[in-house]
Design a protein around this ligand. Sequence first.
Ligand code: M6R
Length: 612
Amino acid sequence: MCGIVGYIGAQNSVPVLINGLESLEYRGYDSAGVAVLSEGVINIRKTKGKVANLRDLLLEQPAAGNAGIGHTRWATHGAPSDENAHPHFSNDDKIAVVHNGIIENYQELKARLQEKGYVFHSDTDTETVAHLIDDFYKQGNDLLESVRKTLNVIEGSYALGVLCTDYPDQIIAARKESPLIVGIGKGENFIASDIPAILKYTKDAYILGDKEFALIKADEIKIYDIDGNEVHHDVYTYSWDVEAAQKNGYDHFMLKEIYEQPKVVSDNLARRFSEDGKHIELDGIKLGKAELENINQIYIVACGTAYYAGLVGKYLLERMVRIPVNAEVASEFRYKDPLIDEHTLVIVVSQSGETADTHSALKLAKAKGSRVLGVVNAVGSSIARDSDDVLYTLAGFEIAVASTKAFSAQVIAMYLITLHIAQELGTLDEKNFVEIKNALMKLPSQINDILTKAVPAIRGFVDKYIGSKNVFYVGRGLDYVVGMEGSLKLKEIAYLHSEPYAAGELKHGPIALIESATLVVGVVTQEALFDKTKSNLQEVKARGAKVLAIAMQGNTSIEEVADDVIYIPRTHWMLTSVLANIPQQLFAYYMALGLGEDIDKPRNLAKSVTVE
Ligand code: M6R
């Protein structure tokens, strides 16, 4: 949500800012703008709509300067409009500010500033920050101190970039709960919400900590805590290259990311086993037998797709470790005063590591004394930093808003965590472990198999079912969870109404909605539940529904009730979720493609949801 990029150095900042903003488009936004400083004047260009509109505006009204800040805004306070787009000026056009996050006490601050004579030109919370800095500045503080004092009065979350006409050689950046990094160049430096924005120029960065701010000049970077004490961070070098943030010949990032899954899964399995192959070894997790014996329940907390990966974990852990596991969406967990304590292990799952609800849930869990295990993709993100133990999901950049490869990586993490806990607590014997391990190792080539062979059939099913108005995803056990993820994908990118249901629950209400040609996607990979789900599919079929089934190779009797079947390669019951989800991803992708939707940037959605 919202993207920030900033530059100071010898180049004209405008192309750097525009390229950077384009690389951050995946985060979701509805307006864009830049502020550039030259010869004692800050010029702001901003507009509703895409970065391409901003490019056009800059052709009509050029701007240039060696220092600049840019922003893509995802509207929270006030509609998407030119006025509400960032950057925002202080009243005398001396200070310009870009901001991600939410200033929770902005109304109270705004009233105070208005009493002092400040005039507001937008509906945003951000404009308050520009005026506040200006107010402290006018009281005789220098710019850095004015920013620090401002940080001490604003409440909420922020990543900030600040420019001031009196300090043409510097940018100030600050962060609390919204991501911001300071990119390190040679004779030039950067700020960015995420590394793709500046990867063209540098892979080295400081990851700002919570409530830290930085003074950035072309040849110097200083970082301070909120009390003004200088702090020192190690340089973090990103291993990804520019290629990783490009489509590389694919029409969409989503498709590219779907096809990256064999590699992602294999990366996540590499070096996770001891040399003799008999144990799981998870770097970064210090949860041994003693710690685990102290735990009497597990909570898995996440949002959206990450939550569904967590649900896979719940089914597996309960079945294989026989320990009570609750899976909760973070936005509910955080406000329900959950029954957790120091004997609870809380597993938080997040691709971005910045999801506001998940991060707040983590903080609540820690405050109640629980141990937090983060399953995170983004290195150095807030959730990774604040977790007691971290298992990184090694999915690389995921740029499409609709999560695909990150889900597969999260599910693999759930497999590994389950195996680890089961082994430590002695609920899994060596024979079963080896059987599961062997099945795990086959997953990358099995995913590859689906990707190479299933596409023509899936495209055919899309042609057949593209007119559907309502789609149900049904299954039992792990298949039900996979259906939830399939349903979410279809909603997100094809804008099709779809609902996941536990197959056995249909007859308690939803079956009333089944009519001629309603599409029901039946996920039937759990062989122990096969006959039960098959009967439920028979029931919807009898009421006129069209049934598209996803089943394991060999279970051809599903053809008795299904109009069409997609077969996945045979695997251990525990591991079907990753395989069964691949055809669902492709189905949603080709549906959205057929319907002409904006696949990588679906309406109203953002890649990283940093507001409640
Ligand atoms: O970054 P996170 O994994 O914490 O994000 C959680 C959800 O916002 C995310 O999975 C969302 O549901 C995706 N758009 C799903 O495709």
